[in-house]
Design a protein around this ligand. Structure first.
Ligand code: ATP
Ligand code: MG
Length: 225
């Protein structure tokens, strides 16, 4: 497998002087194309911080993130945003769906923003919703869906631009066990069907055990890989 993403000597500190907090203290990590990784560790060890930097939502204090060998933080802001939109999908603990729009409209949104016509955007959006098991909920609004269904809509939306990498930060953190299992199965199915690379931050051991590899953070460093 070729490497999709490389994190090299990455550090992240917040604040300065006496209030400075060193969160990431030299992370090295290679993610191969098509791999599935669980990123685990105690609360406050820097999992979300690392995931956000891998997703280029935040910048490191030092070190690099290479995508296909290219140092992404050398890109200007506009080019970086374009790269992020095309290459990376995000799923968060809270789904951040737009409440006034239906499931299919929420999934279409990234395509509409990218300039696609409504009639064209509806096709992949419907397909993806069917893939996550929500083909029968296309016109429901988020408030008319269960927590697990809402999260599956968010997964469909994250995939609609066909990213190579899907990053998820505690996607089941807000769900009960049964609903979590449905979300796991959805992610697993998506990975098998699309081969998308998955990096998932989770406190859920069952979800972690479904991933091909576990990366553990302790005190800002990778301790087992
Ligand atoms: N913007 C910020 N400014 C200052 N400190 C921050 C900031 N963001 C995060 N931190 C600190 O960095 C540390 C790591 O935070 P992070 O959110 O990455 O942890 P985490 O491993 O995701 O924890 P959890 O499992 O609770 O989500 C924490 O001590 C946090 O207080
Ligand atoms: Mg976190």
């Amino acid at each position: 497998m070729s490497s999709l993403l490389e994190v090299a000597d990455l550090t992240k500190s917040y604040g300065s002087g006496e209030t400075r907090v060193d969160v990431l203290k030299g992370i090295n990590l290679t993610v191969a194309e098509g791999e599935t990784i669980a990123l685990v560790g105690a609360s406050g060890t820097g999992k979300s911080t690392l995931l956000h930097i891998m997703g280029t939502l935040d910048r490191p204090t030092s070190g690099n993130v290479l995508f296909g060998g290219e140092d992404v933080f050398r890109l200007g802001e506009a080019a970086l945003a374009t790269f992020r939109n095309r290459s990376i999908g995000f799923v968060f603990q809270f789904h951040h769906l737009l409440p006034e729009f239906t499931a299919v409209e929420n999934v279409m949104m990234p395509l509409l923003i990218a300039g696609m016509k409504r009639s064209e955007a509806a096709v992949p959006a419907r397909e993806l919703l069917a893939e996550v098991g929500l083909g029968h909920r296309l016109t429901h609004k988020p408030g008319e869906l269960s927590g697990g269904e809402q999260q599956r809509v968010a997964i469909a939306r994250a995939l609609v631009l066909s990213p190579k990498l899907l990053l998820a930060d505690e996607p089941t953190g807000n769900l009960d066990m049964k609903t979590s299992d449905e979300v796991h199965e959805t992610l697993d199915g998506i990975h098998r069907k699309r081969g998308v690379t998955l990096v998932i931050v989770t406190h859920n051991e069952k979800l972690a055990s479904c991933m091909g590899r576990t990366v553990r953070l302790v005190d800002g460093r990778v301790v087992s890989d």
